[in-house]
Structure formats: C-alpha cells, structure tokens
Design a protein around this ligand. Structure first.
Ligand code: SF4
Length: 334
C-alpha cells in the first residue's frame, strides 16, 4: 500500500482515473489532488529519502503522447506498451534502474482506454501480434490499486489476433482468475534461486507464493510461463537452481505447456550508478573486471558474463528443463 496517492488534474478528468480514485478512496489511502499536471514534492533531503518517498507514492497521471508510438521488444514480444511506470518492490538488480529516470515514483496511467484502443492499430490482419506490458512496471504489484491489468486482459480477450504478455514477482492473482481472457493472455512469474531471491528481491512475494499463483492462473486456463532472471553463477549455483526446478515441479503440472525465458544478469554503467544510489549496501556483484563488454547497435554498452560461463549456464538450464518438463518450450536464453 502506498503512503500517498497523487492525482493530476488531467488524470481526474479521465473516467479510468475516476475509477482508480474510487478504488484508492475505498482503501482509505491518503489522496493528494495536484493543482497541475507535473509531479512535485517527491525530493527528500538526500538520495535515500527521495527513494523512500518516491517508492511509497503512487501517482495517477496520463500517459504522454510519446507512449502512443509503440516500440518493438524482441525477443519477448512484437510490441511493448505501458499501463504504468515504476514498481513498489525493492530488487537490488532492478532493470528499471537503467530504463526510467528520476525518483522511482510509481506512475499509473489514467487514459487506459485510449492506450488499449491505440494497440489495435498495430495488429496485423492475418497474423498473431503480441504485446508485452511489463517492461516498465510489475503490473500485478499495483493491480489492487488500479485494476488496469484486469482491464488489459479483458481487452485482449476480445481481440482475435492479439495476445497479451505480463510477468510479475507478486502473487495476488485471485481477481484475475474469472476474467474472460479467452486464452489470449500469457502470464509469467519471474523466479530465481533462493539465495538470490532472498537476498536481493525486497518487497516481493516469496518464490513459492509466485509459483502457487501461477498454478491458479494455469488452472483458470491462462497460458503460463516462467522467467528465470537474473541468472547468476553464485557459489553452488547448480545446486540452488536445481532446487528451484524442484519447487517448480512441485507447484505446477510438469506436463503442462510451460514457457521458459532465461535471462542472465547484466548491467550498464547507467544502471549500476542508479542502483548504487538506491542500494548503497548491496552485495550484488557488478564488478566490470569480471565481465565482458557487449555493445548494442545504438552505441551503448552492457556488462555480461564471459562466453564460457554463459555456455555452461545455458547448457545446464536447457538440460534441466528438457529432462524435467516434457512439454516446456524455451523461448530464449540471453
Ligand atoms: S519486481 Fe521487477 S520492477 Fe519491481 S523492483 Fe523487482 S525487478 Fe524491479
């Protein structure tokens, strides 16, 4: 639960903004109606205080016009779109650190019907088009406050050639189970080996609860999958990741169609700098000396594990998944 919920005038002008207003009012959360459309009052006396204020603030705003021009998001989906930006959890490796700028306030968008309507213009007539909604937020983490993920699922349930994909580290799925999703939504849980999850994923649901939630979604007819990320070759990593696979086998029907997305840990100079401000005591290994530099096409760099480490890890994950889950599909390793 946020400590304050801010509404801009533009957000309050939107019917969906009014719905969010009613929700947060019924939860008795402190509401602040801003007199202008800019977010202010989020800076504390130092970085620590700014982080704390921002992470405990939900701001209901309208998505800017730039959000209506979608970007591709390979290999996850054809397009990404955003119903919110920011996340209430405290993962010390958070990938948002490199993507969003400024204090990590959680913004949710009140012009959701327009956002969803815009997606239809990207659909291809004879071919499936896929959309990822979790690039800038954990949509389930704020669903109790917004209802926006459920609205997306309902929307995609009505489309014949468009599928929605979302991923989470939270577990409150009960309000999603009876939605008319029509099999058009692919729900994934992001999981990791216990030492990583317990040390670095503050404010999230436990891995066991995430898996329990995924089971409920599968039983409600949703397509399901797992994102194992960020994969790290910590001490005894094979043992810890084998235990994670044991947990997965116990929680899910091992014969179901299950997708896996496997993402090794990486960071950029920018994300490292932000993460070190957010989590100055973190023991997360971001030693550039031990990494390989990878350049992407726009000139930026990221630090990844060396080729041999990547090969060994990739082989291990592929073999575990093939042996344990006969109908699983590995969508990608990166
Ligand atoms: S749950 Fe995801 S988005 Fe939220 S803090 Fe953790 S890594 Fe970042």
């Amino acid at each position: 639960m946020p400590e304050q919920v801010m509404f801009t005038p533009a957000a309050l002008n939107e019917p969906w903004g009014q719905k969010i207003f009613e929700r947060v009012q019924s939860l008795n959360l402190p509401i602040k109606e801003l007199s202008h459309n800019r977010l202010t009052g989020l800076r504390g006396q130092d970085d620590r205080q700014t982080y704390n204020i921002a992470k405990r603030t939900l701001a209901v705003v309208t998505a800017p016009p730039s959000h209506f021009k979608l970007s591709p998001i390979p290999p996850s989906a054809d397009w990404q779109f955003h119903i919110a930006e920011g996340c209430p959890a405290h993962c010390q490796y958070c990938y948002l650190a490199g993507s969003l700028s400024g204090p990590p306030v959680i913004r949710t968008f009140a012009n959701l019907p327009q956002i969803l309507e815009n997606l239809t213009t990207y659909e291809r007539p004879e071919q499936l088009t896929t959309y990822e909604v979790s690039c800038y937020t954990d949509p389930l983490g704020i669903e109790h406050l917004t209802g926006s993920l459920a609205e997306c699922i309902r929307h995609f349930g009505t489309r014949s050639n468009a599928h929605l994909r979302w991923v989470s580290k939270f577990d409150a799925v009960d309000n999603l189970l009876d939605l008319p999703h029509n099999g058009h939504t692919h729900c994934r849980m992001s999981v990791n080996a216990a030492p990583i999850s317990m040390k670095f994923e503050g404010g999230t649901a436990s891995v066991a609860s995430r898996l329990g939630a995924l089971r409920k979604l599968a039983d409600s007819g949703y397509q399901i999958g797992l994102v194992i990320a960020p994969i790290m070759p910590i001490d005894d990593w094979q043992v810890h990741y084998s235990r994670l696979f044991n947990l997965i086998s116990e929680a899910l029907d091992i014969n179901c169609h299950l997708t896996f997305e496997l993402i090794s840990h990486r960071f950029t100079p920018g994300s490292k700098e932000v993460l070190q401000t957010w989590y100055p005591q973190s023991k997360l290994d971001m030693d550039e000396e031990k990494r390989l530099i990878k350049r992407h096409k726009f000139g930026g760099i990221k630090y990844v594990y060396d080729v041999d480490t990547m090969k060994v890890m990739k082989r291990f994950f592929q073999s575990e998944i093939q042996q344990r889950f006969p109908n699983a599909e590995i969508l990608y390793w990166t």
